[in-house]
Design a protein around this ligand. Sequence first.
Ligand SMILES: C[S@@+](CC[C@H](N)C(=O)[O-])C[C@H]1O[C@@H](n2cnc3c(N)ncnc32)[C@H](O)[C@@H]1O
Ligand SMILES: [Zn+2]
Length: 148
Amino acid sequence: MPSRVRKVPPTVKVRRSKVHGRGVYAGESIRKGTRIIEYTGKRVPERDVTDDENDPHTFYFGLDNGIVIDPEIGGNEARWINHSCDPNCESIDEDGRIFIYALRKIEPGEELSYDYALQIDEPITRKSKKQHECFCGSPDCRGTMLGL
Ligand SMILES: C[S@@+](CC[C@H](N)C(=O)[O-])C[C@H]1O[C@@H](n2cnc3c(N)ncnc32)[C@H](O)[C@@H]1O
Ligand SMILES: [Zn+2]
């Protein structure tokens, strides 16, 4: 898809979401292919991060090279973007930096989402799917935020 990097990125707003906690919403109409926001934060080796196994909530964004982005330090609004099984955005790794792009035209006030496609170390079971249960509400919801 052709990407569109605007000099001034589109405005986004953080507010409560019906999907989960807080979410991020388009503050204006956003054209397909537009780079919306970078997922910023401190780079930390995955082995050094401590996530509660019983709590699936996480702000860490895992990269393919064993590094995670921790938005607690240097993070921005992107940390609040929720997952959807029928997303309007996608996350793209550009040399280790993660950018969120519009997959289609997004109307003002629409919640932004991308497919987390979460990876876990153990085999995917009914239990692990349930632990990462998805509440995106889309007709095509696969029921889990895990990448199947
Ligand atoms: C990066 S945070 C997104 C912001 C989150 N809504 C909040 O208020 O903290 C990611 C976490 O949000 C929750 N989440 C995001 N999308 C979800 C979805 N579609 N269904 C269920 N939980 C979701 C999960 O707990 C996930 O680990
Ligand atoms: Zn879903």
